[in-house]
Every structure is written in structure tokens, then in C-alpha cells.
Design a binder for this molecule. Structure first.
Ligand SMILES: Nc1ncnc2c1ncn2[C@@H]1O[C@H](COP(=O)(O)OP(=O)(O)O)[C@@H](O)[C@H]1O
Ligand SMILES: [Mg+2]
Length: 263
């Protein structure tokens, strides 16, 4: 159970002439899936990485459940917040099961408990434990590796999940399957999730709410439908109305199908 709060968050990289993230404030509620959406270079990854303290703040505060992340032990913080990136980063010398078990092992879970959890997760992500448990990452497809990356991130039931363009490198069909699984898993586990993408289609399919970013700042925070109906700025209007009516109907329907809301 967790909320993530950004309060005036500002980041400036050494030597840069402007802030990579400038005075960003919003809250990701407990169990909510919030998407950070915007073009490359607008500061999405930087903002995400303030949560697990991979980048330091120039100003402002990030809180998890009301606790300033800067007051938490950095190692403990990173173990308690799942992090999934595009280059999956599975450990090549370990099996699938060992990869998934990394954080549970660090936490000292028993062998039985860990093995049960690994099998449960592999089933959850649609990989048969008997067939996949002992495989090396080199014998997985891109989509399978990405799934294992998600399983690893949620293995120890993290308080929150950070996902940085995790499905960017897989083909469209696998991507849709992974999006569907993610929506299901996040709903099932009630995991507070921040998800970064530059892909509007993906944002609209997944998000409870979308944070539209531009040049380090937040343009609007709103539910997908609200972004259409009441875009706060010209920039947001252009972004959401980039497609024609058919396209818009298609992806609103895509979202409904994905979330099991379609009639
Ligand atoms: N490690 C870094 N050192 C210096 N500048 C960086 C670093 N990472 C990102 N930047 C700069 O910060 C800005 C935001 O980058 P980033 O957060 O990666 O954007 P996005 O994820 O939206 O593509 C960009 O101008 C980028 O060049
Ligand atoms: Mg990025």
C-alpha cells in the first residue's frame, strides 16, 4: 500500500544550462497506475529516477507513503521499489528462477517460500514454470525476457513499481499482450505504478491518469478521457488530437478491451 508524492521536484544535471525536471508536483495514489507521457528528452526518466534516488534533487521532495525518500536507506529503498527498464538487464549467468528470486534472496526468504513465489510469478506472467524455471536468459525471446523482468521487479511484493518504457523493444503483438498482463497484475496486486512512455497509444491503454510532460514541466495531469475533453493547453490539445476520429475511437476501444470494460 503506497502513494508517491512529488512536491516541487526539480533536477539539474551537472553542467546543464536548464533544469531536466522543473518544479513538478503531483501525486500517484495508492494502487494507481500513472503514466508519464511526453517526447524524448522531456524529463520522464529523470523524474522516475528521483523516486528510487538514482538522481539527486536540486529542490523539492519525493515521498512514499508520506516518507521523504531522502530520509530512507537508499539500498532498502531500491529493494522496496520495483524498477523495470527497456534493456531488461536480466543476469545472464543466472537461470530465470534465480533472476526472479534476486530480491527475495536478499531479503532472506526461505528456499521453499522463494521457490513457491517464483512458480506463482511465472504462472502469473504466462510462462510455464516447469519449462522456464531453469532456462538462461539467452534462451528467451524479447517478450519473454521482458516478462521475466516484470516478475523480478514484483517478486518481493514491492510497495511501488517504476517502469521506464519497458515494452519499447518488443513487437506490437507481444506489446499488447504485455500491456494486458501488466494491467491485470497491477490491479490484482494493487501495486502503485509509475509508467514512462512516449507512446500515446500505450499511455491511453494503461493509465488511470496521465501526466503530460514537456521540457521538464508538467502540462496537465488528468484521466485519459479528460485529456480529450478538457486539454489544459494547446500542446496537450495537439497531442491528443493528433489522430482523426477513427483513430481516437480505436484507441479508446483498445483501452476498454484491455481493461475488460468493452461492451
Ligand atoms: N545522466 C545525465 N546527465 C546529464 N544530462 C542528462 C542525463 N540524463 C538525462 N539528461 C538530460 O536531461 C533531459 C531529460 O532527459 P530524460 O529524463 O532522459 O528524458 P526522457 O526520459 O523524457 O527522454 C535531457 O535534456 C537529457 O539530455
Ligand atoms: Mg527516458
Amino acid at each position: 500500500m503506497s502513494s508517491i508524492t512529488f512536491d516541487g521536484v526539480t533536477v539539474r544535471y551537472p553542467g546543464a544550462e536548464s533544469d531536466a525536471v522543473e518544479n513538478v508536483s503531483f501525486e500517484c495514489d495508492d494502487g494507481e497506475l500513472v503514466v508519464l507521457l511526453g517526447p524524448s528528452g522531456c524529463g520522464k526518466s529523470t523524474l522516475l529516477r528521483t523516486v528510487n534516488r538514482l538522481v539527486p534533487l536540486a529542490a523539492g521532495r519525493v515521498r512514499i507513503d508520506g516518507n521523504d525518500v531522502n530520509a530512507l536507506d537508499a539500498v532498502e529503498l531500491r529493494r522496496s521499489v520495483g524498477y523495470v527498464i527497456q534493456a531488461v538487464g536480466l543476469f545472464a549467468h543466472m537461470t530465470v528462477a534465480q533472476n526472479v528470486a534476486v530480491v527475495p534472496s536478499l531479503r532472506g526468504w526461505s528456499r521453499d517460500e522463494t521457490a513457491r513465489r517464483v512458480d506463482e510469478l511465472l504462472r502469473m506472467i504466462g510462462l510455464d514454470p516447469a519449462a522456464y524455471r531453469d532456462r538462461r536468459p539467452s534462451r528467451l525471446s524479447g517478450g519473454e525476457a521482458q516478462r521475466v523482468g516484470v516478475a523480478r521487479a514484483i517478486a518481493a511484493r514491492p510497495r511501488a513499481l517504476l517502469m521506464d518504457e519497458p515494452f519499447g523493444a518488443v513487437d506490437a503483438i507481444v506489446r499488447t499482450a504485455l500491456q494486458r498482463e501488466l494491467v491485470r497484475i497491477v490491479a490484482e496486486l494493487h501495486t502503485t505504478t509509475l509508467f514512462v512512455t512516449h507512446d500515446m497509444d500505450e499511455a491511453f491503454r494503461l493509465a488511470d491518469r496521465i501526466v503530460v510532460m514537456r521540457s521538464g514541466r508538467v502540462e496537465q495531469v488528468a484521466r485519459p478521457q479528460e485529456l480529450f475533453e478538457r486539454p489544459a493547453t494547446e500542446y496537450v490539445r495537439d497531442l491528443v488530437h493528433a489522430g482523426d476520429d477513427v483513430y481516437r475511437r480505436y484507441f479508446m476501444r483498445g483501452r476498454a478491451l484491455l481493461r475488460g470494460l468493452a461492451e
